[in-house]
Write a protein that binds this ligand. Structure first.
Ligand code: HPA
Length: 268
């Protein structure tokens, strides 16, 4: 077991989380309904990375949601912070060591589709790693040749979609395209993204999905749309807008996740 996992096991005591969830920018509200939360700052966990992005707190929150034990990771560290696509590797490896079998990745994203406006929730069905980076570069084992045909677990996607149906919440499904950031895309890049089959664009999630598949975790991911992508409206994009708009979709996503947990989607 990694030192990070050993430390977390000690802090978690008897808690045995069934699922871990990475919270995207401005999606901290996902933990509002968590019962008996225990906060562990990343800085206290040996080997965990430090994040400096505003709107990303950098802590592990353990608690109960939908009657299940869950671990929330608030404050993911992005590729653009250090140019290291594998920056979240110690975190995801620790989850595996702790016995967590599913990873729920969330992000804020720009929509490439007029019919998917800000406030929408998009279930990620597939991705395009447009940054050209890969967190497994340098990994020596044959495990590095990870199959990505069903990277976003079809059963968990179906269950997320079913939770949305049961709650009467409209959700979209689409392809997430990973740009390195931190600058936003240009309008020409967004036209390219649309042509290449993207529905949403963002600066995270893809490296974590690759790492999670490498470590054998099931992955489900959802984007909260905070804006129409560059060039689709008259205005300029900003991180302020991301942080302001994220809570709207975040609150809807929170209900879906709680329902999924209560329905037992992550049991067994
Ligand atoms: N592009 C990239 N990342 C984002 C965007 C966007 O338009 N909105 C929120 N995160």
């Amino acid at each position: 077991m990694s030192p990070s996992a050993e430390y977390l096991r000690f802090r978690l005591g008897e808690r045995r989380p069934v699922m871990a969830m990475v919270l995207g920018s401005g999606l901290g509200s996902l933990v509002e309904r968590v019962e008996a939360p225990l906060n562990v700052p990343f800085s206290e966990v040996p080997g965990f990375p430090a994040s400096g992005v505003s709107g990303h707190a950098g802590k592990v929150i353990a608690g109960r949601l939908g009657g299940r034990e869950v671990l929330f990771l608030s404050g993911r560290v992005h590729y653009y912070e250090k140019g290291d696509a594998a920056v979240m590797r110690p975190v995801i490896e620790a989850l595996r060591d702790l016995g967590v079998r599913a990873l729920f990745l969330t992000n804020s994203a720009g929509s490439v589709r007029e019919d998917m406006p800000p406030g929408s929730v998009m279930i990620v069905e597939d991705h395009i790693a447009f940054s050209g980076m890969n967190p497994l570069i340098g990994e020596a084992s044959d495990g590095r040749f990870v199959g990505m045909t069903a990277a976003y677990d079809p059963d968990l996607r179906e269950r997320l979609s079913a939770a949305a149906g049961a709650l009467g919440e409209p959700v979209s499904t689409g392809v997430y395209m990973w740009f390195s950031g931190p600058s936003f895309e240009t309008p020409a890049e967004i036209r390219m993204a649309r042509t290449l089959g993207a529905d949403a664009v963002g600066m995270s999630t893809v490296p974590e999905t690759i790492l999670a598949r490498f470590f054998g975790l099931r992955v489900v991911a959802a984007s909260v749309i905070t804006n129409l992508a560059a060039g689709m409206t008259g205005g300029e994009l900003s991180h302020e807008e991301t942080k302001t708009m994220a809570p709207m979709g975040g609150a809807r996503l929170a209900r879906l996740v709680e329902r999924m947990l209560a329905d037992g989607a992550f049991d067994g």
